[in-house]
Design a protein around this ligand. Structure first.
Ligand code: ATP
Ligand code: LTN
Length: 331
């Protein structure tokens, strides 16, 4: 039997992925690609909903592609491609925008969050319609499963609503996807502010481990992580967020359960604990960093891979777009 179709994507909106992206997204995707027909996109059309420098954007797309591959996404098995290389995304987004209610789009909380600081007056219309483009991404590939963090759940719900509405109005056209929400232990927090999730837009760089950081820097950031004063190495998100985060990180990179780690560290001090966490993270990330740098040293080969996979993606997306155009009376 064919494997179920899976779709997910990440924005090329920083110079490197961080440990949260790695554990929360990439590690999970690497596993899922084993028994799914997976499409992973670099969503550059989403990235330009906030201002980008063209030269920087071009480099960030390549870096993200290299990090996906170095992190274990196999570009021969999974379809790893750049969203803007497939014109059907923007075309289907337009069709879907005509069946999206203005009020419905206005209820999307990411837009509200992202405009909370600068105000809606300064935001682009593209940032407002971002979720409709995301719905197009998913529906074009007949995806059944969409692994995302809980912040994206509302967008997958909108995708389901739009898919169902279209099918009802114009006849069966799209597969209706299901979100697969990230497990709690896969959410990684800032090393300096362990109440906030690790984020590329953090104010303090010391709280974020970048996959391209040198190993010594990574180890130093972990050794300086904020903990607490009671000295016990046990998981307790409310009372001991810093220690809990380090336990989750170590568990994710070693595959050892948090309970086993608690037993292992019983009676040890934070110094020993942090050193072991640092060693485990470095052991996991150093080869990923090296492989990324190798891939980036040959941009022509990377571009070739992305072009081949864009062809694969286009074949699927164009067929779905044609169905949608026909259903709407546009062919
Ligand atoms: P921003 O800071 O703008 O919110 P981000 O660093 O959270 O960005 P995204 O591009 O929103 O990154 O996320 C890409 C993927 O990484 C998503 O699947 C998201 O769920 C996952 N992810 C992001 N941050 C974390 C985190 N701290 N822990 C676990 N997963 C994360
Ligand atoms: N909005 C998502 C990225 C994204 C995506 C998608 C995820 C764009 N299109 C389709 C899953 C499926 C984010 O910011 N993490």
């Amino acid at each position: 039997m064919a494997h179920p179709r899976l779709y997910s994507g990440m924005q090329p909106s920083s110079g490197s992925l961080h440990l949260g992206n790695y554990i929360g997204a990439l590690q999970q995707w690497r596993r899922l690609q084993e028994d799914h027909d997976a499409f992973f996109s670099i969503v550059d059309l989403h990235a330009i909903t906030v201002p980008q420098s063209p030269q920087v954007l071009r480099e960030q797309v390549r870096t993200l592609a290299a990090q996906y591959i170095a992190g274990g996404i196999d570009p021969d098995r999974s379809c790893l491609y750049v969203q803007s290389h497939v014109a059907a995304h923007a075309q289907l987004a337009w069709l879907l925008s005509t069946i999206t209610g203005f009020g419905e789009a206005s209820r999307m909380t990411q837009f509200k969050d992202k405009t909370a600081k600068g105000g809606q007056e300064a935001a682009s219309v593209g940032l407002f319609t971002y979720p409709i483009l995301m719905a197009a991404d998913i529906l074009l590939y007949d995806a059944e499963i969409v692994p995302v963090g809980d912040d994206q759940k509302q967008h997958v719900e909108l995708t389901r609503d739009l898919g169902e509405r279209f099918n009802k109005r114009f006849g069966a056209t799209f597969t209706i996807p299901k979100p697969r929400i990230l497990a709690d232990g896969a959410r990684i927090y800032d090393l300096q502010i362990p109440q906030s999730k690790m984020s590329k837009s953090a104010d303090n760089d010391k709280g974020v481990i970048w996959l391209l950081d040198e190993p010594a820097k990574t180890a130093k950031k972990i050794r300086s992580a904020v903990t607490d004063t009671d000295g016990a190495i046990r998981a307790d998100r409310a009372e001991k967020p810093g220690v809990t985060n380090l336990l989750d990180i170590m568990s994710a990179v070693t595959g050892t359960s948090v309970a086993d780690l608690e037993a292992h560290f019983d009676g040890q001090g934070y110094g020993v604990f942090k050193t072991e966490v640092a060693d485990a993270v470095v052991a996991e990330l150093a080869p990923v960093r090296e492989r990324t740098l190798e891939l980036l040293a040959d941009p022509a080969e990377l571009d070739r891979l992305l072009a081949v996979n864009a062809d694969r993606a286009r074949a699927v997306a164009d067929a779905t777009l044609t169905r949608a155009l026909e259903a709407m009376g546009l062919r």
